[in-house]
Design a protein around this ligand. Structure first.
Ligand code: ZN
Length: 294
């Protein structure tokens, strides 16, 4: 699924990139006039572009080709631990499975799935999903846009850092035009390198390479009683479904006490050593994948 989405984002770039290779670029060519890229943008991670501008276009001819290539792959959500939720045990005496917890887990599940044409009607999102507010800055063709965007941090340890007035590449569901503003559910598909000719001030006509986070517009499952019922029915019919959530558990190192003991020679009392694992809180938050079974 993800590769399909990324392919869609990169689609028109492939043939152009191939052409670039055909023309060939001299390794000792002076750096392309693309240096303002870093200065022109807000994200701190940007490094000076290294890509050489290859096409030897005729003089006075503006090179408007757009080349998007993967730069850094996305950081997929990763679970530290797994557990099983047995539907048949739900609300039984002594069982940890409760209908309240099922509702909570389904809500998480719904926000981690993207609606698509697969037989089950949705697929697991392979990147972080975030609400992205945007203002379109430049049309890159094929519903791809350079946009000023804002989104909250996502994932454990903010694997996807928040964007605040940050340039990003968006693949929207529908055509748009420069200046349009809006809000989408975007799936982060990693960082891409965008080679293009800027059409916005003060960089109009400048050939630049920007490295930016890329998002593909998508919709998530609806968190509704009907959706929950469908989810339960699918599990009972044998579908292998799971969801990943952050859970607070007792710290294993100190047994939830917040400290460990060390016997002191000649003293009755043990020395208490603060637990570094949980910062003496006795609790740790870990991401847990819950697998659902009938
Ligand atoms: Zn601890």
């Amino acid at each position: 699924m993800i590769s399909r989405l990324l392919l869609a984002l990169l689609a028109s770039a492939v043939s152009l990139a191939a052409q670039t290779t055909v023309f060939g670029t001299k390794a000792n060519e002076p750096a392309a006039p693309a240096a303002p890229a870093a200065a022109a943008t807000t994200a701190p991670a940007t490094t000076a572009p290294t890509a050489k501008v290859a096409p030897k276009a005729a003089e006075d001819e503006v090179d408007n080709t757009v080349v998007i290539t993967p730069f850094r792959s996305l950081t997929p959500p990763e679970a530290k631990s797994t557990r099983t939720f047995k539907l048949s045990k739900m609300n039984k005496l002594g069982a940890t499975e409760t209908s309240k917890d099922l509702q909570r887990l389904y809500s998480a599940f719904a926000t981690q799935r993207i609606v698509d044409g697969s037989p089950s009607g949705s697929s697991k999102a392979t990147g972080y999903l975030a609400t992205v507010n945007y203002s379109l800055v430049q049309d890159l063709g094929d519903n791809r846009f350079l946009a000023k965007a804002a989104w909250p941090a996502a994932g454990p340890n903010e694997a996807l850092a928040a964007g605040v007035d940050t340039m990003a590449i968006l693949l929207l569901d529908k055509p748009g035009k420069v200046g349009d503003t809006g809000k989408i559910t975007g799936m982060h598909v990693g960082t891409v390198a965008l080679l293009f000719t800027a059409a916005y001030p003060p960089l109009v006509g400048k050939r630049l390479t920007l490295r930016r986070e890329a998002f593909v517009e998508c919709s998530t499952l609806e968190d509704s009683p009907a959706g929950l019922q469908k989810f339960v029915d699918a599990i009972n019919a044998g579908a292998e479904l799971s969801t990943t959530t952050n859970e607070q558990i007792a710290c294993k190192k100190c047994g939830g006490l917040g400290f460990t003991r060390e016997a002191q020679k000649g003293q009755l009392l043990d020395k208490r050593i603060p637990c570094a694992e949980c910062a003496s809180s006795g609790k740790v938050i870990i991401s847990v994948e819950t697998k659902f079974v009938p």
